[in-house]
Design a protein. Sequence first.
Length: 82
Amino acid sequence: MTPVGLRQHFVLGQKLREEYILGHKILPPNFNHSLIRVRTTDVNRTIMSAYAHLTGLYPPGTGPNVPNVVPPSTNPYILPPY
């Protein structure tokens, strides 16, 4: 995946955000893993393409709010899943 290709996917994700999230309101404005499904091959360039595309569609700050609480034993978001 070239830097130009990554940028193109990111910009396309931004344009789709404008149309489908902000314009038509088809998708939710905040990322919800139970509503979005992404399919790609196991080839690195296609994974990176999907990653760049989704980063444009849901930029940082539009995901779930994970609280920053210390100590980690009181916050289930910080604990590993095992």
